[in-house]
Design a binder for this molecule. Structure first.
Ligand code: DP6
Length: 346
């Protein structure tokens, strides 16, 4: 008999960036972060988790048809935590099938380029954790699952919630208080839109895991960012979201992206995620805001050159329209995807 469960998890794009670990093993961050979860209909990972006594004895993971190494500490941590929760259920109810002892087979498909700085690990681990939790019929809520997904990839903990999502860095050594929480559902501010400019679908040069550890070790700008700038911006950003103040939201989003990339540049050896096309996108956003006389568009960049532009639906023509018109002329932009913000956790 094969036991099976499927799910999808969307990508999230941070407006206050997670960059730096205080504990690389447990994936505990040096600062809190905040993101917007995108709609399931566009960028997402679809995952099926199954288990059976007839499967080969090793757990396996297939991503976009390719066999992945599951022996890594992160995947192992997720499997271990989920299995132990299932074990507890099996102990309390002996009539339950002993799924925790069976080999797992995970099959995932991304509908966007993997590891190109499009938050693929976020959607990937969020979907993996939720699929196995469904397969095991676990009763844990999103907060508890976010603690597990975090160990797979930090940003993944935020993809378990829809809308506007925070990740509290926590202070406990065991990481039990380093979890995601919903700041507001997407329905609170449903006019929010995100435009994704795919500059390059190539795999990123420096992985976030390696990059952030080098930043923590070498950047002199980093302590200021982690200890002062981000804690202040977390409060300002939550307020901007509560008050649906796009000017504040956009301003903090752009400043925080710039601050994150400044610490990358201040890392030794330096890390360059932005390229000329990224910088051209920044210029276009600046021009749009100058013409509007206020901030109606905000850019943000993760660990790669692709731009995400946040704007409100009412400014669709001025923002998305302009980018879509420009894309035909601009060398380097290989694609563009407009998208709404997710309504609910799927
Ligand atoms: C720039 O979550 O990919 O996108 O925890 O090492 O897997 P690991 O890192 P990851 O880092 C994401 C970094 C970022 C900012 C963010 O999403 O907050």
């Amino acid at each position: 008999q094969i036991y099976k469960a499927s799910t999808t998890a969307p990508v999230n794009i941070a407006v206050i960036k997670y960059w730096g670990k205080r504990d690389p093993k447990l994936n505990l961050p040096t600062n809190s972060s905040l993101s917007v979860t995108l709609s399931q209909s566009d960028l997402r990972t679809h995952t099926t988790a199954s288990c059976a006594a007839t499967y080969p004895s090793q757990d396996s993971l297939l991503l976009n048809g390719q066999d992945q190494d599951v022996s890594g500490a992160r995947t192992q941590a997720c499997f271990r935590e989920l299995r132990s929760l299932r074990q507890k259920l099996e102990k309390s109810d002996p009539s339950m099938p002993k799924l925790s002892t069976l080999p797992l087979k995970i099959v995932s498909e991304n509908n966007f380029p993997t590891a190109a700085g499009l938050a693929s690990s976020a959607a990937g681990f969020a979907a993996l954790v939720r699929a196995i939790a469904n397969l095991y019929e676990l009763k844990e809520n999103e907060t508890e699952l976010s603690r597990i997904a975090r160990q797979g990839s930090g940003s993944a903990c935020r993809s378990l919630f829809g809308g506007y999502v925070g990740w509290e860095k926590g202070s406990k050594e065991d990481g039990s208080d380093s979890v995601a929480y919903q700041v507001a559902p997407a329905s609170h501010w449903p006019q929010m839109r995100a435009l994704i400019l795919v500059v390059s679908a190539a795999k990123k040069g420096v992985s976030s895991t390696t990059g952030m550890q080098t930043t923590v070790a070498t950047s002199s700008l980093f302590p200021q960012r982690a200890n002062e700038t981000v804690p202040r911006r977390m409060k300002e950003m939550e307020k901007a979201i509560q008050e649906k103040d796009f000017e504040a939201f956009g301003n903090i989003t752009m400043m925080d992206s710039n601050s994150f990339h400044a610490t990358c540049l201040d890392t030794y050896p330096p890390i360059f995620y932005l390229n000329d096309v990224s910088r051209a996108a920044i210029k276009v956003v600046e021009a749009i805001n100058v013409v509007a006389g206020k901030i109606i568009a905000a850019y943000t960049f993760d660990a790669g050159p692709n731009a995400v532009i946040y704007y409100l639906k009412e400014n669709e023509a001025e923002v998305a329209g302009l980018f879509k018109a420009a894309i035909g002329e601009k060398e380097g932009w290989t694609g563009i995807r407009g998208d709404a913000v997710l309504a609910n956790n799927g």
